[in-house]
Design a protein around this ligand. Sequence first.
Ligand SMILES: CC(C)(COP(=O)(O)OP(=O)(O)OC[C@H]1O[C@@H](n2cnc3c(N)ncnc32)[C@H](O)[C@@H]1OP(=O)(O)O)[C@@H](O)C(=O)NCCC(=O)NCCS
Length: 156
Amino acid sequence: MVSNSVAIRRCTSHEVAIIESREPPGAGVARSLFTAQQAGRGLYLVAWEDDIPVGGGYLEWTQPPELKNLQVDEPRRGRGIGNAIIVAAEREARQDGALEIGVGVDNFDARRLYERLGYLPTGRRETYTYEYVDADGTRQKETETAVYLRKVLTSS
Ligand SMILES: CC(C)(COP(=O)(O)OP(=O)(O)OC[C@H]1O[C@@H](n2cnc3c(N)ncnc32)[C@H](O)[C@@H]1OP(=O)(O)O)[C@@H](O)C(=O)NCCC(=O)NCCS
């Protein structure tokens, strides 16, 4: 069970600068997710532990909504924070009736977490290429195939 000192909330303009300062230079992940939130395209949910940002996820307002960019800082994994971010996203998506999550075909650990929470395969499978800045500040390009899982959310 995640500790009481972990709080999950949507990112504010003050907080985005704190998250950004912990990213490799030029990564721009927090800023782009926050900009998308400000444009009304989604919610940038951030997990805070003792005033430190320790993970997050982006809930995109597609139909159904999709949880993207889910990650927890490596030393803090396996303590329920990822689970808590998903539960927070489900609360926000409840009125839309379902939530989808894409997971890399070889990401068995993450998939196990989603399946435990009741996510089932939709049959959608996509291969896409994305760029990111690694911990050394080097721009990298990667191609990944993801399968999409969905959970039906009820109002109760
Ligand atoms: C996947 C992830 C967000 C889960 O967050 P977490 O806080 O570690 O998860 P929780 O503690 O709530 O739940 C534990 C479960 O997460 C999964 N998990 C644990 N460590 C993991 C790791 N290093 N990588 C991926 N999944 C992991 C397992 O299913 C684990 O269950 P288990 O104890 O039965 O093995 C986190 O591990 C992570 O950031 N992984 C790397 C990025 C990633 O794969 N993101 C998902 C993209 S779809």
